[in-house]
Design a protein around this ligand. Structure first.
Ligand SMILES: N[C@@H](CCC(=O)N[C@@H](CS)C(=O)NCC(=O)O)C(=O)O
Length: 225
């Protein structure tokens, strides 16, 4: 498609409402557009997936601190008012993991990141569901009150995070990556979730296999610091 991962622009809501946000067709040519915010873990996961799979996308920044995701124009694209959002020639999709599955299935030349083989794919799905339901939730419950002082502290946030990390540590016994010897979108999704722990200086060193796996992920060319 010839776009690479290129940042199109910062569009603010005042720049033309629904059309400016790219509804109806992708912004910036034939490539799908991703609405993202750089400080967002799920956005990082989708961007890393595109880089890993060699998928060309245009990135469009939605400024969360300035509330651009809460505008009427953006709500018309994603009524949940969250990023990331994909616009693939008018086909709109939100939820980062659904976007990763869609993009790899549709555009990646090699499907190793999200195998077409039913049993291999189900193992990836298992980790993706673990991530959305347990791991990323535990990380968010732990980090949110620290990063946004004043927000309520979830009960058992500390214990739930340690339990989630214990589960992942156990899953990583004897493997290089979550489902075996090669990276999948499950690794990308989970490592992006855990990235938030760095922001609060949580010491993950006790979980030795997770620490090693994070180091391996960080050494990959598509990893986003
Ligand atoms: N489960 C969603 C989470 C999306 C999400 O909550 N994104 C945050 C940024 S990390 C957001 O848009 N927050 C804006 C808000 O909730 O007001 C996904 O994986 O895409």
């Amino acid at each position: 498609m010839g776009c690479g991962i290129s940042k199109v622009d910062h569009l603010s809501p005042g720049q033309g409402g629904k059309q400016a946000w790219g509804s109806g067709s992708s912004v910036g040519g034939d490539c799908p557009t991703l609405y993202v915010w750089p400080g967002s873990a799920p956005c990082r996961a989708v961007i890393m997936t595109c880089a890993a799979a060699g998928i060309d996308v245009n990135l469009l920044e939605v400024n969360l601190p300035e509330g651009h995701h809460t505008t009427e124009a953006f709500s018309e694209i994603n009524p949940h008012k969250t990023v990331p959002v994909l616009n693939d020639k008018g086909y709109i999709l939100w939820e980062s993991r659904a976007i990763m599955m869609y993009l790899v299935s549709k555009y990646a030349r090699k499907k190793k990141l999200y195998s077409m083989n039913l049993k291999e794919r189900a193992l990836v799905d298992r980790f993706i569901h673990f991530d959305i339901g347990i791991l990323s939730k535990a990380v968010n419950d732990y980090t949110t009150p620290i990063l946004s002082p004043g927000s309520p502290r979830a009960p058992k946030a500390d214990g739930n995070l340690r339990t989630a990390l214990d589960l992942l540590e156990n899953d990583l016994i004897g493997v290089q990556y979550a489902t075996g010897s090669h990276v999948t979108i499950a690794d990308i999704s989970m490592v992006a979730s855990l990235w938030m722990l760095e922001a609060v200086n949580f010491d993950i060193g006790k979980w030795r296999l997770i620490s090693g796996w994070i180091s391996r992920m960080k050494a990959l060319p598509f990893y986003e610091e």
